[in-house]
Every structure is written in structure tokens, then in C-alpha cells.
Write a protein that binds this ligand. Structure first.
Ligand SMILES: Nc1ncnc2c1ncn2[C@@H]1O[C@H](COP(=O)(O)OP(=O)(O)O)[C@@H](O)[C@H]1O
Ligand SMILES: [Mg+2]
Length: 367
């Protein structure tokens, strides 16, 4: 069964450490994603699993077999790239049955697999078409069928939907997941699109600068980010700097810039500790005029954006901190730029992080 394990894997390109001491366990039949900003080492990690590059240190296991020095063709994998790496002069049928031909399978088996795979991606009727006669989404489905035709149980996908139009990308992500689940495959999918990773994956590894910061289900990453970077990269967060001025049996009290006070529950911290308070834009509420109340801070609308489903406000608080607040466009009233408002912070849906030693900005940087 194709589970994948990496132990202390490091890959360097000259002075660049593309993958740094990575430990990872992808379970059998899991849809697993690697996500992170451009250049963080996702492709390198996938190519290490595929055997297309060799690690400088560490071990790689597939199905509990040490494969570190086994060539790609003997690892039982199918690989799908961002750009349609189809043979341009071959039609869809010949592309899909290429692996079976190279492996010299019997004709009957080749015919059966070719038909099954093309039917699976709903392109059997287009078996005679060459790549340039197919749309981007179709070509990617042929690439997927080809990757699977050689009997791969482990599917490695490097930004497979990255070159497609938004709507097709959206539909194809669900098709992709369904296919992997129906066939009982294990998939490792690289993307920089958090929405895609959230929708498609059982679990996600968030990477930054060659390291894995957190591995969890989409829900856990969103609800329980373990790093400031994750709270920013998965979903969106406002980050406010402050100090813990009081702790009690319920939680703690934070003093933000300008002496502004915010209470949070279910968080244990030490009095005097320097912290970052992370609050999701969709958990803040906004009220007309200047109001008093627990966790309510007065300010004004500095910026208003209508974004279709949501409206997005940037509210400058009285202490000069700016918070983003997102509200469903069809719920409640809208506010105008310059209008006096009160932003109310949730007590139970925000996170506290120890202030990063290198500063907040460097912790949040994508590169
Ligand atoms: N073949 C290569 N030669 C030299 N540097 C490379 C090579 N491939 C990747 N890198 C470097 O390794 C780092 C990680 O790259 P990559 O794995 O492609 O990141 P991602 O896929 O997350 O964008 C980057 O700094 C990149 O420039
Ligand atoms: Mg890449």
C-alpha cells in the first residue's frame, strides 16, 4: 500500500537549501497537499518523492520500502505537471497507452486500460484528438489518465490545475479528488492556492523556506494554526501586537498599542509576555457609530471594497492599528468611507502567538 515517509530529508542546490530536514508521513489512500509560497521547496519535495532528484541527506520510503536510490520508473508513481507534458504528435489514445506500450503489456490489457482511463476522464470520444485540438482542461485530464494508465498507485501532482481558467480549475479539483478516492490511490498534490488545497485535501503540509511548519486537516489549519505564518497563509488574519497585562481562570487580557484592551478566553499565557493577537476578518463585527462594550474599539472606515460575495472594510482604530473586517454583502447594512464605526473583537475565536524573535514582518514574509 502506497504510504510515503520522509525522514530528515535535505536537498541543496549549491548554497540554496531547497528542502530542509523534512519529516513527513503521507498515509495510504490519503489526498495530501503541499502548500506554500513560490520557491518554498514544494516542487523539490515532490521530485524527491518521485526520484527525479536525489536527497543530500535523509531517507525516503514508499510502501515501507527504502527507495532513496531507486529510479523513478521503479517507484510505482504517476506524475502530472502543471504544463501539459503530453507528446504533441500523439493522439490522446497513444498518449494514454504510452506507459503500457513501454512496459510491453499484452494488447488486450493495453486496449482495456486505455479505454478505462479515457472513459474515466470522460474523453473516450476524443481518443483520436491530438493535444492541440483539446482544451487546457482536456489536456490535463489526458495527462492524468496517462499518469494512471501505467498502474500507478501513488499520484504526484505539481500544480496540475495551475494553468487552467478559474472555473475549470474549480470543477476539475473535485473530479480529481473523486478519482483518487474511487481508485483508492494516494495523492500528493502541490499547489500555492490555499482554496484549492483546502477543498481537495484530507491533510495539508504548509511549507516555508524549505521547512514544513504544520501538517493538519484543512479545518485544523484554519481553526488551530500553530504559527503566525500559517494563520496568515491559510485563510486571512489581522495581526496586532501587544502585551499580556492580566491572566485569569478564563483566559487573558491583552493591551494593544495605545492602551487598547482586548479580552480572550481559553488561552494560557504569562503576564508581561509580548504577543501577537491574530483575528480573522470574518470574526470581527462592525457597528454604526461609536459604542462602548467589551472588546469594542472605536474607529472609522478607512477603505471600503465590494468584492462580490463579501464587503471588505479597512477600519482604522482609535489607537491607529488597522483591522480588516469582512462581512457577507447581503447581510446587514454597508458603511461608507470616513464613517465612524466600532469594531468588536471576538473573545473566543482569536489566537495568541508569542511575539516572533525576528519580528512580525519577517515571520509573515512570503520569501
Ligand atoms: N534545479 C535547480 N537548480 C538550482 N536551484 C533550484 C533548482 N530547483 C529549485 N531550485 C531552488 O530551490 C528553491 C525551491 O524551489 P522549488 O522546489 O521549485 O519551489 P516551489 O515549487 O515551492 O516554488 C528555490 O529557491 C529554487 O530557486
Ligand atoms: Mg513549484
Amino acid at each position: 500500500m502506497p504510504e510515503v515517509r520522509l525522514e530528515n530529508v535535505t536537498k541543496k542546490y549549491g548554497k540554496i537549501i531547497a528542502v530542509k530536514n523534512v519529516n513527513l508521513h503521507v498515509h495510504d489512500k490519503e489526498y495530501f497537499s503541499l502548500i506554500g509560497p513560490s520557491g518554498c521547496g514544494k516542487t523539490t519535495l515532490l521530485r524527491l518523492i518521485a526520484g527525479l532528484v536525489q536527497p543530500d541527506e535523509g531517507k525516503i520510503f514508499i510502501e515501507n520500502k527504502l527507495v532513496t536510490h531507486i529510479p523513478p520508473e521503479d517507484r510505482g508513481i504517476g506524475f502530472v505537471f502543471q504544463t501539459y507534458a503530453l507528446f504533441p504528435h500523439m493522439n490522446a489514445w497513444d498518449n494514454v497507452t504510452y506507459g503500457p506500450r513501454v512496459k510491453a503489456w499484452e494488447e488486450e490489457k493495453r486496449e482495456r486500460i486505455g479505454r478505462e482511463m479515457l472513459e474515466m476522464v470522460k474523453l473516450y470520444e476524443r481518443a483520436d484528438a491530438v493535444p492541440k485540438e483539446l482544451s487546457g482542461g482536456m489536456m490535463q485530464r489526458v495527462a492524468l489518465a496517462r499518469a494512471l494508465a501505467a498502474d500507478a498507485k501513488l499520484l504526484l501532482l505539481d500544480e496540475p490545475l495551475g494553468a487552467l481558467d478559474a472555473k475549470i480549475r474549480f470543477d476539475l479539483r473535485y473530479e480529481l479528488r473523486k478519482l483518487v478516492k474511487d481508485l483508492g490511490l494516494t495523492a500528493v498534490h502541490v499547489t500555492h492556492d490555499q482554496g484549492e488545497a483546502m477543498a481537495i485535501s484530507d491533510r495539508i503540509a504548509v511549507m516555508k523556506k524549505g521547512r514544513i511548519l504544520q501538517v493538519d486537516t484543512p479545518q485544523e489549519l484554519y481553526m488551530k494554526p500553530q504559527h503566525v505564518f500559517v494563520a496568515n497563509f491559510i485563510g486571512e488574519s489581522n495581526f496586532l501586537e501587544g502585551y499580556i497585562v492580566e491572566t485569569n481562570d478564563k483566559g487573558c487580557v491583552i493591551e494593544l498599542r495605545g492602551g487598547v484592551i482586548v479580552n480572550v478566553v481559553n488561552q494560557t499565557r504569562n503576564k508581561g509576555e509580548r504577543v501577537v493577537l491574530a483575528v480573522r476578518p470574518e470574526t470581527l463585527s462592525i457597528e454604526k457609530g461609536h459604542k462602548k462594550g467589551l472588546n469594542c474599539i472605536t474607529g472609522h472606515i478607512e477603505r471600503f471594497r465590494f468584492e462580490g460575495t463579501d464587503v471588505r472594510y479597512e477600519v482604522r482604530l482609535k489607537n491607529e492599528d488597522v483591522v480588516v473586517i469582512v462581512r457577507p454583502a447581503l447581510m446587514g447594512e454597508w458603511f461608507n468611507e470616513g464613517e465612524k464605526v466600532t469594531a468588536c473583537f471576538p473573545t473566543d475565536k482569536s489566537y495568541l502567538f508569542t511575539y516572533p524573535s525576528l519580528g512580525l514582518r519577517s515571520e509573515l514574509a512570503l520569501e
